[in-house]
Design a protein around this ligand. Structure first.
Ligand code: MF3
Ligand code: CO
Length: 253
């Protein structure tokens, strides 16, 4: 069952998603050579408090694992769910920031990859294509389409470049919970999957590798890295299906 949000719920989703976007924007400004991912996470904690929202990642449970930080910060070969720590950011790195916050019972989820310039041309192109793929996917988030129309659009946009599309992690419904139905894969067959209806809220989040698609989860139980060590990019928005154009909820005011 895919939840359809009421008008009142959509109002709350708009509020929490706007805050999620503001937190991500402010955190982006702090990414620079010499900072550690843990310092960024501590800043995120303060930024969230200033916006009156809580981290939805902190203490999030998956199986026997409990997520220990306010944000996910994934550097270079780290794909998603990187746990902030002592890793120092260097010039040429790409840093994927994933911010998921909760307020008044609702969750907003967004992510972006920040380039610590100068970044190698092939890595820059990977990031650009991944961000484009997110928007090409969002454009399919309209009533009458099906979930895998989004997936297929992302896949098609990325295929020409011979990148690795991550299959192990997917987008998802988001609302009262961080992860609701449906799953939103980043590749798939058009015309399949659940029918999209106004009032659905989806987190669309392509994760694309410069090399092969395979990822492995490290010893910490969370941090996913590319198996071949190649860099990976990640962009995400929470989107509302409306009667017409998709509404990007995680857009800073
Ligand atoms: N956007 C990520 C996801 O949907 C956020 C994960 S937060 C974590 O998986 F706490 F689960 F790591
Ligand atoms: Co997500």
């Amino acid at each position: 069952m895919i939840p359809i949000k009421t008008a009142a719920e959509i109002t709350l989703m708009r509020q929490v998603c706007r805050a999620a976007a503001a937190v991500l924007d402010e955190l982006t400004l702090l990414v620079r050579p010499g900072v550690t991912t843990q310092e960024l996470d501590e800043a995120a904690r303060n930024i969230m408090a200033a916006h009156g929202v809580e981290s939805a990642s902190l203490n999030y449970k998956h199986g026997r694992h409990r997520y220990p930080a306010y944000t996910c910060i994934s550097v270079n070969e780290e794909v998603v769910h990187g746990i902030p720590g002592k890793r120092i950011i260097h010039t040429g790195d790409i840093v994927s920031l994933d911010v998921v916050v909760r307020a008044k019972g609702f969750v907003g989820d967004n992510a972006r990859t920040v380039l610590v310039e100068p970044v190698a041309a092939d890595v820059r192109a990977l990031c650009k294509t991944t961000e484009e793929a997110l928007h090409v996917g969002i454009a399919q988030a309209r009533p009458g389409n099906r979930v895998h129309d989004i997936s297929h659009a992302i896949e098609r946009h990325v295929r020409f470049a011979n990148y690795g599309i991550v299959e192990q992690f997917v987008g998802h419904g988001v609302g009262r919970g961080m992860h609701e139905e449906p799953q939103v894969p980043n590749l798939g067959r058009p015309g399949t999957g659940a029918l999209l209806r106004p009032g659905m809220t989806l987190a669309i989040e392509p994760m694309i590798n410069l090399g092969k698609p395979a990822v492995i989860v490290t010893q910490d139980g969370w941090t996913a890295v590319t198996k071949d060590g190649s860099p990976s990019a990640h962009y995400e928005h929470t989107v509302l299906i409306t009667d017409g154009e998709p509404e990007i909820l995680t857009r800073a005011a």
